[in-house]
Structures are given as C-alpha cells and as structure tokens.
Design a binder for this molecule. Sequence first.
Ligand SMILES: [Zn+2]
Length: 300
Amino acid sequence: MVEQEVLEQRILGFAGRPARPSYTARYPVNEAMIRHWTDAHGDRNPDYPELAPPAMLALWTMPGLAPEQPDPGALDELVELLLENGYTGVVATNLSQEFDRYLRPGELVTATPVIDAVAGPRTTALGSGFFLDVRTDFTVEEGERVGTATMRMLRYRPREKLPKGKRRRPVKNQDTSFFWEGAAAGELRIQRCRGCGELRSPPRPMCASCRSLEWDWTVASGRGTVYSYIVHHAPQMPGQELPFVVVLVDLEERTRLVANLTGCEPSEVKVGMPVEVYFEQVAEDVLPFFRPARSAVGGR
Ligand SMILES: [Zn+2]
C-alpha cells in the first residue's frame, strides 16, 4: 500500500514540468502544405493559402519521419514509469485548442510542450488511472504566441476481468437512439441528411457533404452484400462465443453498416456475398445481425 502511495506521489509530481524541450519546425509555414491540407478537406476558403488554416497549427511542428527527432523529456519518463507499473492502457479524452491569430507562409513555428496537470488516481469504467494534460504553446519569432493546444489523456491499469457473461451494450445517445429504437421495432433505420438527402452510417451530427445539421432517417431494406469482413478469434468478448464474424455490409441504399454475421461458418463468408438483416433480442437490447440472404442475388 505504502509503495503505491509513493508511486502516486511520484506520478503527481510530474505536473508543471516541461514535457519535452521546445521544438522548432523544420520548414516555415508554406503554401504547398496549406494546399495539401485544403485539398484533402475540400476547403475552398479564398483566404487560403495566403493565410494558413488555424487547425493546421500543431502540424507545422510535427517531426514526421525527420532523421532528427525531438529530444525525449519528462513526459517520456512519466510514460515509462506508468508503463512499468501496469498503467498500460491509454485513451485520449479531450483536445482543446486556442488560436490567437492566423499564420502566414514564411513564419517559423516553435512548439513548447508542458505537463500542465496530472490528476488521479481516478477510477473509471476502463480501470484506475491518471489524467495527464499536456499543453503545447506555439510561438513564432520573438516568442509571440500564436495558439495553444491541450491534450488530455487517461493512462490506466486495464481492469483484469470484464464482467462475465454480459455482452457489452450498445451506446445510445442523441445521435444513435433512433437506430436502436428502430431495431426494437424491427426496422433498420439509416440516418439521412435533410439538406442533401445523403445517407450516413454510423450516425453523426453533421453531413460531410453539405454540412447540414438537420437530419432524419429512412428505413433500409436490410439487404446488401458483404463489402469486407473479419473473423474475430481473440480476445474473448463477454457474452459472445468465439470465433464470430464481423461484416461491413454494402446496403442496397448505398451506405455501409457494420454488424455481426451469423448463419454460416466463418470459412464460408465471402466478399460480395448477399446478406440480409434480422433482429434478435440480446439481454436488454434488440440488435441487428446479418445472415446469408435466403433469396438469390437480385431476387425478391
Ligand atoms: Zn447533406
């Protein structure tokens, strides 16, 4: 017990230390990189590339595959200490960014990361662990700050055993409850953008095509073909027999959906195979599953 307390004090003591030495970008902000970014995002804002998109801020100081990588620092020491003591799980829980002004081509950015806060131990659903906030200040010549980013991550000791026999329940929230209510009613509901009519799966708040936040849903036929699949052999999942098949289905309606496939041997699953949805009550939830289509291709 005492040992654990000493360890916890050591971990908490990292707060306030520089995470790594400051690192200056290899190249100044430049038009080519801005173009790559805006092309990839389909962003046609006419202010770019004369200005750089603010969301590119952290990118300028990413070393990538540079032969000279930033020197390690206290953050690496802390991570090593956590790993040695069984805190092997990691999950990023939040990223907040502030942008003070636009960057322009020619400016050279320096990143200065600090271990802003260490909090814990906290008990979470994943296991007991520590929240680390790493704040990176971005500056240009003469030390002018142009923005800052704080990444919060949880480093935790994974729970030794998942609750036995109980299958993990689906996440139901504002964006997904229509889907699960549909399943309970025996319907495969697919989210549809009210701006442009595009279907999207899995559900999310905004349309990637027209950026509308307005949406409703349509009922899919439940027929489709296997676009891709995996056979899950490990690890053991609570309440599920191994191996099981997870398929990515190309629905007739031209969107894709991930679900489990039953009704045939894993070795019989093929890309392009026609499948159909069915619903089954599993503990408290009704879940959609796919099985090989009973009607021939193009039938019904
Ligand atoms: Zn849309």
